[in-house]
Design a protein around this ligand. Structure first.
Ligand code: ADP
Length: 897
C-alpha cells in the first residue's frame, strides 16, 4: 500500500485546524500536521516533507502569500492551497503568483476542500512525475554523455598513446642520426617535451672515473640554462637514480619522501619528480628527469615515467654512440695532432729546439696543465729538465734535476716503463720536491727511448685527481716515440753535419790541390801546346823533309815536304831509294845509340848522327838521323827522326862558284897574258914601246875594271853593297851621264842624243820623274848601259838615251831607255845577257873589250832599287839586209812619291 500523503494545515484558528484535520484524516486518508503560525509552519516544513499545505492567507506572523513562497522554496514539489476568507481576484492572483496551486474560500466545504486538495495533489503528482521523468531523462542523457565522454577519452588516450609511440619512434630516429652529445641531448629534450611536461627538465651525465655529474642539459621554467655545470656526485636525486639504476617517480609529498629516502633536495623546490637512468648495458651514463614545481600542474604519473624511460633508453644508446663517436673523433684528432706535432718536431734538427717545440706543441694542442721533457744524464745519474710548458712551468727552477730513481720521472728514467698516477697521494714513487708550489694531483711519466737506450722522460701533470686516462697515455707514448725519432734525427743531423764539415774541409783541400794541379796542368799543356805548335810550324814550314821512323826504320810520320818527295814529286823508283836511305840511316842511328848507351850516360859526351847523301835526278838530298829515347834511362831508342835536307842549291852554288872562279881566273889571266906578251914584245922591240905602252895601259885599265867589277859582284853577293837611296831627278842624272859620254861617242863617230821626259806635274823649273835611288849606283847603271851601246855600235850609228814615265803592272814607273843602232843581240843570247861573265859571240870575235859582268851588275843594282831592266833586240830577219839591228835597254824604276 502506498504511503499516506502528508498534509500541513496552517491556520491560526484552532477550530479550523481541528475540522480540517478531522476531515482530511477521516475522509481523505491523509496524514495531517498542523501549525498555528507561519513560523511553526516553516519549522515543520523544515523537519519533513509534505505533499501539500493548506494555508490560511491571513496568519498572525506572516502573510500567507509569503509563507507559500517560503515553503515552495523549501519543497518545490509540495502543492500549496490558499484558504481565504473571501473571494477576491486580487488575493487569488497573489496566491497563484506566490506558487499556490489553488485556493479555497471560507467557509470550508469539506468536499470542495477534498476535491481541491485532490486536484492540487494530482497536479502536483503530475508535476512531480514530469519532473521525475525529466530528471530520469536527464540522468539517462548524462549517463550517455558520460559514456560518450569515456569513449572519447579512451579514443584520445589511444591516440595519445599512438602519438607517444610516434614521438618515441621519431625520437629514436632523430637520435640515431646524432653523433654529437649536445645534439643528442637537444633531440632528447625536444622528443621528451612532446611526451611530458618539460617546463623543468634536465639531463645529467655521469663520469664514473671522476665521480662527477654534469648538467648537460638543464631547463628551468622553459629556459635552457647555459653553461652546463659539473658537480662532484653527491646525495641528490640524480645520484640516487644513478646508484639505484631504477626509475624514480614521486607524485607528491616530495620533501617527506626525500627525507625518508635520505636524499637532499638540491636547487629548486619540487612537488612532483620523475627521473630515469640512462643505461646502456651495465653502464649508467646519466639521468633524465622532469620536475613539477607548480601546484596547479598535474603531478607526474606512472605513464609519464614509462614514457620518460622509453625516451631515456633511446637517448642512452644515442649518447653511447655519440660518446663512441666522440672518442673516435678524439682519437682521430689526437692522432692528427700527434702526427702534426711529430711532423713539426721532426723538421727541427737542433736538439734543444726539438724538445722545446715538442713540449710546447703537445701542451698547446692537448691542453695539458704541465708538460716537461727531461733528458737522462747517465754520467751524473740524473734526469735533467730540458724544457717545460704549461701552467706549472714557472714553478720549477731552471735546470731542475732529479736523481735517477727519484720520483716518478726518475723512476721512469731508470726503468723505462710508463707510470701513471691518477692520484699521486696513492703513488709511493711520487715525490713532490716543491709541495707548497706545485699542486699536482695526477702525473703521467713516459720514457723516451732511442733503440734500447732511455734518453729521456716526458712528464705531464694535472692539478686534478684522475687527470689522465688511457688516451693520454697513448698520446704521451706516441709523442715520446716521435721525440725519440726527432732526437735520433737531431743526433744523426749533428753527425752528418760534422761529417759534411769534414768532407767540406777535405774537399776544399782537394779543390785547392786540384786548382794548383789544374793550373800546373794548364800551364804545362799550354807549354806543350805551344811547343807542339812551334814544332808543328817548324815541321810544316821547314824546307827540309822530316820523317819519324820506328827503331827498325819504318816510316811512322812524315812532314809535308817529305811526304811530297815520298809520294808525289819523285818517281816510284827514286821514292823507293829515298825510303831505303831513310831506313838505313834511321837503323844506323838507333843501333849506334844502343851501342854507345853506357858511354852516352857520361857527361859531356857528344855523338855524331849518321849522315848519308842521296843523289837523285835534279835533287841532291842529305839525310841525317837522330835516335829518340822516350824515357830517361831507357835501354834502347824506340824511334828515330830523319832530317832530309835538299842540298841541290848548294851543289848548284858550288858549280856556280867553280864556274865563277874558272871565269874570273880566265878573265884575269887573259889581260895578264896580254900584258906579259907586250912586255915581252917591248923587251924585244924597245923602239916600239910607245905603241905597246898604249896596249899595256889599255890592258891594265881592263884589268882594273875587271877587278873592280868582280869586287862589286862579290860585295853584292855578300850583301855589303852600300846604298844610300834618295829622291833623285832622273832627267838630271841621265843628262849628266850622257854628257859624260859625249867625247867617247865623238871619238867613235857616233851620234849621242838625249831626250828628257816632259815635266811630270807641269811645273816649270823642276819637272821630270823623280825616283828614290842611290844616285851613285844609278849613275853606274847608266854608265854601263851607255858604255855598252857606244861599244857595240859601229861608227856612224846613233845612241839615243831618253827618260820617260810608263804605266805597267798597275803603277807608274820612271824609265830610262838606252837605244842604239848597233850590232844587236841574237835571239839565242838575249836570255843570257844579264848572266855573269856572259859575253856575246860577236863581241868576242871582234875582240871588243868587256868583262861580261856589266849587265849582271846593272840587273842586281836595279833590282835592289825595286826596279827591273829589260832588253829588246829585233831579230835579224826584221831588218833584212843590214847587219846592225840595234838594241834597246830599258830600266824601270819606282817613282818617288
Ligand atoms: P861586256 O860588255 O863587258 O862584254 P856586258 O855584261 O856589259 O859585258 O855585256 C854582255 C854582252 O851583252 C856583251 O858581250 C854583248 O854580247 C852583249 N851586249 C851588251 N850590250 C850590247 C849592245 N848595246 N849591243 C849589242 N850587244 C850588247
Amino acid at each position: 500500500m502506498d504511503e499516506k500523503e502528508s498534509i500541513l494545515v496552517v491556520d491560526d484558528d484552532k477550530n479550523t485546524r481541528e475540522v480540517l484535520t478531522f476531515m482530511l484524516e477521516k475522509k481523505g486518508y491523509y496524514e495531517v500536521e498542523t501549525a498555528g503560525t507561519g513560523q511553526e509552519a516553516i519549522e515543520k516544513a523544515r523537519a519533513g516533507f509534505f505533499n501539500a499545505a493548506l494555508l490560511d492567507i491571513r496568519l498572525p506572523d506572516v502573510k500567507g502569500v509569503d509563507l507559500v513562497a517560503s515553503l515552495r522554496e523549501m519543497h518545490p514539489d509540495m502543492a500549496a492551497i490558499m484558504i481565504t476568507g473571501h473571494a477576491s481576484l486580487e488575493t487569488a492572483v497573489q496566491a497563484l503568483n506566490a506558487g499556490a496551486s489553488a485556493y479555497i474560500i471560507k467557509p470550508l466545504n469539506i468536499d470542495e476542500v477534498l476535491a481541491t486538495l485532490r486536484q492540487a495533489l494530482e497536479k502536483q503528482r503530475l508535476v512531480m512525475e514530469n519532473r521525475r521523468l525529466f530528471q530520469e531523462t536527464q540522468r539517462e542523457l548524462a549517463k550517455r554523455k558520460r559514456a560518450e565522454e569515456e569513449a572519447q577519452r579512451r579514443a584520445a588516450q589511444a591516440a595519445a598513446h599512438v602519438e607517444e609511440l610516434a614521438v618515441l619512434n621519431e625520437l629514436g630516429q632523430a637520435l640515431t642520426s646524432r653523433l654529437d652529445v649536445e645534439q643528442v641531448l637537444d633531440e632528447a629534450h625536444r622528443g621528451v617535451s612532446r611526451l611530458i611536461d618539460t617546463t623543468n627538465f634536465y639531463i645529467v651525465l655521469y663520469d664514473p672515473d671522476k665521480d662527477e655529474i654534469t648538467f648537460a642539459l638543464d631547463v628551468i621554467e622553459g629556459e635552457i640554462q647555459k653553461p652546463y655545470v659539473t658537480y662532484r656526485a653527491g646525495q641528490g636525486l640524480a645520484e640516487y637514480v644513478i646508484r639505484s639504476r631504477t626509475p624514480l617517480l614521486i607524485k607528491e609529498n616530495l620533501p617527506e619522501r626525500l627525507k625518508e629516502m635520505g636524499v637532499e633536495l638540491l636547487g629548486r623546490p619540487a612537488l612532483s619528480w620523475v627521473g630515469v637512468p640512462l643505461i646502456v648495458g651495465d653502464r649508467v651514463l646519466g639521468v633524465m628527469a622532469a620536475v613539477q614545481s607548480d601546484a596547479t600542474s598535474r603531478a607526474y604519473d606512472e605513464h609519464d615515467r614509462d614514457l620518460l624511460l622509453s625516451a631515456a633508453s633511446q637517448t642512452a644508446i644515442a649518447l653511447q654512440n655519440a660518446h663512441l663517436f666522440e672518442e673516435t673523433q678524439r682519437r682521430v684528432t689526437q692522432l692528427a695532432l700527434l702526427n702534426d706535432v711529430g711532423g713539426k718536431i721532426a723538421a727541427v734538427l737542433e736538439l734543444d729546439s726539438v724538445l722545446e717545440r715538442a713540449a710546447r706543441l703537445v701542451q698547446e694542442n692537448f691542453g695539458y696543465h704541465h708538460v716537461a721533457i727531461f733528458t737522462v744524464d747517465h754520467e751524473q745519474g740524473e734526469v735533467v729538465m730540458r724544457t717545460r710548458a704549461g701552467e706549472f712551468a714557472h714553478l720549477f727552477p731552471p735546470n731542475h734535476r732529479l736523481k735517477l730513481g727519484q720520483g716518478m720521472v726518475g723512476w721512469v728514467g731508470r726503468h723505462g716503463e710508463t707510470l701513471l698516477a691518477n692520484d699521486v697521494d696513492a703513488e709511493p714513487r711520487y715525490v713532490n720536491l716543491y709541495p707548497d708550489l706545485v699542486p699536482t694531483r695526477a702525473e703521467l711519466s713516459v720514457s723516451i727511448r732511442v733503440g734500447e737506450e732511455i734518453v729521456g722522460v716526458i712528464d705531464v701533470q694535472s692539478p686534478q685527481l684522475n687527470g689522465f686516462d688511457e688516451s693520454d697515455v697513448m698520446v704521451i707514448e706516441t709523442l715520446a716515440n716521435q721525440v725519440a725519432m726527432a732526437i735520433e734525427n737531431a743526433r744523426l743531423y749533428e753527425a752528418i753535419r760534422q761529417e759534411l764539415a769534414e768532407r767540406k774541409r777535405a774537399e776544399e783541400a782537394l779543390r785547392e790541390l786540384n786548382a794548383t794541379l789544374e793550373t800546373q796542368v794548364a800551364e804545362r799543356t799550354a807549354e806543350l801546346q805551344a811547343q807542339y805548335a812551334w814544332l808543328d810550324a817548324i815541321l810544316r814550314s821547314t824546307t827540309d823533309g822530316i820523317v819519324v821512323t820506328n827503331e827498325i826504320g819504318s816510316i811512322a810520320q812524315a812532314n809535308p815536304v817529305a811526304q811530297a818527295w815520298l809520294t808525289r814529286t819523285l818517281s816510284p823508283e827514286e821514292a823507293g831509294r829515298l825510303r831505303e836511305a831513310i831506313r838505313s840511316v834511321a837503323r844506323q842511328a838507333c843501333a849506334e845509340e844502343t851501342r854507345l848507351r853506357p858511354e852516352a850516360q857520361s857527361e859531356g859526351f857528344s855523338r855524331k848522327n849518321p849522315v848519308s847523301l842521296l843523289e837523285l835526278t835534279g835533287l841532291d838530298l842529305e839525310l841525317s838521323a837522330a835516335p829518340v829515347v822516350e824515357e830517361e834511362g831507357a835501354e834502347k831508342p824506340t824511334a828515330a827522326v830523319v832530317a832530309i835536307h835538299d842540298v841541290s842549291h848548294l851543289k848548284a852554288l858550288d858549280r856556280v862558284k867553280t864556274h865563277f872562279v874558272t871565269n874570273v881566273s880566265h878573265e884575269l889571266r887573259t889581260p895578264i897574258t896580254t900584258i906579259k906578251l907586250y912586255i915581252h914584245l917591248m923587251q924585244r922591240q924597245p923602239e916600239k914601246w910607245e905603241r905597246y905602252l898604249d896596249t899595256l895601259a889599255h890592258e891594265a885599265d881592263h884589268q882594273a875594271r875587271l877587278v873592280e867589277d868582280i869586287l862589286q859582284i862579290s860585295r853584292i853577293d855578300a850583301g855589303r853593297l852600300e846604298m844610300e837611296p834618295c829622291p833623285t831627278p832622273l832627267n838630271e842624272l841621265t843628262k849628266a851621264a850622257v854628257a859624260n859620254h859625249r867625247v867617247l861617242a865623238q871619238e867613235q863617230g857616233l851620234a849621242l842624243e838625249y831626250h828628257s821626259a816632259p815635266p811630270r806635274f807641269g811645273g816649270a823649273g823642276g819637272g821630270g820623274p823623280v825616283s828614290l835611288v842611290d844616285p851613285e849606283r844609278m849613275r853606274q847603271v847608266l854608265d854601263n848601259l851607255i858604255g855598252n851601246a857606244i861599244r857595240y855600235t859601229p861608227e856612224g850609228g846613233t845612241v839615243v838615251v831618253s827618260t820617260g814615265i810608263e804605266e805597267a803592272e798597275g803603277r807608274t814607273w820612271a824609265t830610262v831607255t838606252v837605244a842604239d843602232t848597233g850590232m844587236g843581240i841574237p835571239a839565242e843570247e838575249l836570255p843570257h845577257v844579264f848572266e855573269r861573265f856572259f859575253r856575246g859571240v860577236k863581241p868576242r870575235e871582234m875582240q871588243l873589250t868587256g868583262t861580261g859582268l856589266g849587265l849582271s851588275i846593272v840587273k842586281e843594282i836595279v833590282e835592289l832599287h825595286g826596279g827591273r831592266v829589260a832588253v829588246e833586240s829585233p831579230s835579224t830577219g826584221l831588218r833584212a839586209g843590214t847587219e846592225d839591228v840595234g838594241s834597246t835597254f830599258t830600266v824601270w824604276l819606282p817613282l818617288a812619291e
